[in-house]
Ligand binder design. Structure first.
Ligand SMILES: [Zn+2]
Length: 467
C-alpha cells in the first residue's frame, strides 16, 4: 500500500508565548505543580509492573520502569519547588523502589553500553537511589546485594567501553557518550561525598580520571576518524567531528553529533582542553548549517531528503540548542551570541508542537526543554532569551494536555507507544515540568535555590550527580 500524503507531523498552532511577569510566573508554577501531582496519581494507578519483581533484562531508561524510578528521584531533589507536602515526599523512596527491576549482572557489549538504551540503566538508577534516597523499610542485605550486582554491571560496561579491538558506538542512546554521562555524574557524587565512604570508594573505581580521560579521548578520536571517512565517502568535507551510527552520520541529540558534543562539553575542562578548539569549530559548522537552512537542522549528513524535516530532540534543531546550553552554561568564555541564530526559535515554535504528543525524545516537552535550560541559567536577559523562555514555557505547560492524561485542547495528539515512559511518555514530561518548576521557584524565591537537573540522560547544564 502506498501513502500519498504522510500524516501531519506538527500542529499549526495558535498558542500564545507564556506571560512571565511575577503574576504569570506564580500562575505557571501552580499549574505545573498540579500537573505533577496528577501525573504521580496517574502513574501509580496505571502501572502494572510496579512491585512485580520483574527482571532488568529488557529494562532501560528509555521505555523501562527504571526510567520512572529515575523521574521520582529527580522529583525528590526538586520537591521544595513542587510545594510537595512532607507526607508525599516520604512516599517517594518507596515509589523509586517499587519501579526498580530485579538486577542481574550484565556485560553489555559495544553498542549496548548506554544506560538510556539497555541494562546499564537500572544499574545506574540503583547506584543513584542508594546514595540519594533509600526506602527505610528496605532490607540492608538486599540493598548490599543489589549494590554489588549494579557495580559489576557498571564495571563490565566501563571495561567494554575502552576495548579497542571491537567497533565501538558513540551516540547517546546505545553508545559510549551515554555511559560517559553516567560516569561524569558519579564522579560528581564522589567529589561531593554524597553517601557512605564504602560505596563511594566502589564508585570511584569506575569513574576516576584515567577512565574519563580514556573515554573522552576515544570518542574524539572516533569523531575525527568519522570526519575523514565521511570526506572519503562523499567527496566533500562534512564537520570536523562526525560519528557514524548504522551507516549514517546523524546530527540529532539522541543518535548523533549534537548529543555527543553536549556530553563531551560537560567533562572536566582539564580533560577537554586539548580538544576544545575542534569542538568549537564543529559547533560553528553546525551553526552555519542551521543558519543556511533557516533554523532547520537535518537529521544526518549529507542532507539529501528534503521531505523529512523533523523538528524533535532526537533528529532536529532542538538538539543543537541543547548543545548550546552545555556550551553557554559551562564554557561561557567560549560563548558567542552568533552561535544562536535568530531563525531557530521561530522554526521550533512553528513546527515543534508535534502530533506525537508530550514525550521527550520526539515530542513537545523535549522540544521545549533546551529553551528552558538555555534561558533560565544564563543571566544575559536579552530579547532572544526571553523569547526562548516564553516559547519553552508555553510548550511545557501545553504538554500536560496530551495523552495519556488528556485534557481539553483544540489539537489532537497520539498516545505514545510507551505512555508512562521516560523518553516517550509521561515520566519524561514530568521531568520537564519539574525542572520548569525549579526555574520558576528560583525566580520567585531567589534565597532558596533548587537545582536545575537538565535533560534526562544528556544534561545540558553540567554533571550535578543526577542523570
Ligand atoms: Zn525520538
Amino acid at each position: 500500500m502506498s501513502h500519498h500524503s504522510s500524516p501531519k507531523r506538527y500542529h499549526d498552532h495558535q498558542l500564545e508565548p507564556a506571560q512571565l511577569d511575577a503574576a504569570g510566573q506564580k500562575k505557571t508554577l501552580s499549574a505545573l505543580q498540579r500537573s505533577i501531582r496528577k501525573g504521580i496519581n496517574f502513574i501509580e494507578e496505571s502501572d502494572r509492573m510496579k512491585g512485580k519483581n520483574f527482571s532488568d533484562r529488557h529494562d532501560s531508561l528509555y521505555t523501562g520502569e527504571s526510567g520512572i524510578s529515575l523521574m521520582y528521584l529527580r522529583i525528590f531533589l526538586q520537591a521544595k519547588a513542587l510545594d510537595m507536602p512532607d507526607k508525599e515526599i516520604s512516599y517517594l523512596a518507596e515509589r523509586v523502589r517499587l519501579h526498580m527491576p530485579r538486577l542481574s549482572e550484565h556485560s553489555p557489549p559495544a553498542g549496548r553500553l548506554s544506560p538510556i538504551g539497555g541494562p546499564t540503566g537500572p544499574a545506574v538508577v540503583e547506584v543513584l537511589r542508594q546514595l540519594l534516597l533509600v526506602d527505610p523499610n528496605e532490607d540492608a542485605d538486599d540493598l548490599k546485594d543489589r549494590w554489588k550486582t549494579a557495580m559489576k554491571t557498571l564495571k563490565n560496561a566501563t571495561n567494554n567501553s575502552l576495548q579497542t579491538d571491537v567497533d565501538q558506538v558513540d551516540e547517546i542512546l546505545y553508545g559510549r557518550a551515554g555511559l560517559l554521562w553516567a560516569l561524569l555524574n558519579f564522579r560528581r557524587l564522589v567529589h561531593d561525598k554524597v553517601g557512605d565512604s564504602g560505596r563511594l570508594e566502589d564508585l570511584h573505581r569506575i569513574c576516576g580520571s584515567p577512565i574519563i580521560t580514556g573515554l573522552v579521548e576515544d570518542i574524539i578520536r572516533s569523531g575525527k576518524d568519522g570526519a575523514r571517512l565521511y570526506e572519503e565517502e562523499f567527496g566533500e568535507p562534512g564537520l570536523s567531528l562526525m560519528w557514524e551510527w548504522h551507516g549514517k552520520y546523524y546530527l540529532g541529540a539522541i543518535h548523533g553529533a549534537t548529543g555527543i558534543l553536549a556530553i563531551l562539553l560537560q567533562a572536566p575542562k582539564s580533560i577537554l582542553k586539548p580538544h576544545i578548539e575542534t569542538i568549537l569549530q564543529t559547533i560553528d559548522q553546525l551553526r552555519e548549517l542551521v543558519e543556511s537552512k533557516n533554523g532547520f537542522l537535518p537529521s544526518s549528513l549529507p542532507h539529501r531528503h528534503k521531505h523529512h524535516q523533523l523538528v524533535q530532540i532526537c533528529h532536529g534543531a532542538p538538539g543543537y540548542l541543547l548543545l548550546l546550553s552545555s556550551l553557554r552554561t559551562l564554557h561561557p568564555e567560549h560563548w558567542k551570541d552568533s552561535f544562536y541564530p535568530s531563525s531557530i526559535n521561530k522554526h521550533i515554535w512553528e513546527q515543534g508542537l508535534l502530533t506525537k504528543g508530550l514525550g521527550l525524545c520526539h515530542g513537545i516537552s523535549g522540544n521545549a526543554y533546551p529553551w528552558l535550560l538555555l534561558s533560565t541559567l544564563n543571566q544575559a536577559g536579552n530579547e532572544h532569551d526571553e523569547q526562548a523562555l516564553a516559547y519553552g514555557t508555553a510548550f511545557i505547560v501545553h504538554s500536560e494536555k496530551c495523552p495519556p492524561m488528556f485534557a481539553k485542547t483544540p489539537y489532537e495528539y497520539r498516545m505514545p507507544d510507551h505512555p508512562l515512559s521516560l523518553f516517550e511518555g509521561l515520566a519524561g514530561a514530568m521531568c520537564a515540568w519539574s525542572d520548569a518548576c525549579a526555574a520558576l521557584h528560583n525566580q520567585l524565591e531567589p534565597k532558596e535555590q533548587v537545582p536545575i537537573l537538565g535533560f534526562p540522560g544528556i544534561g545540558g547544564v553540567g554533571a550535578i550527580g543526577m542523570l
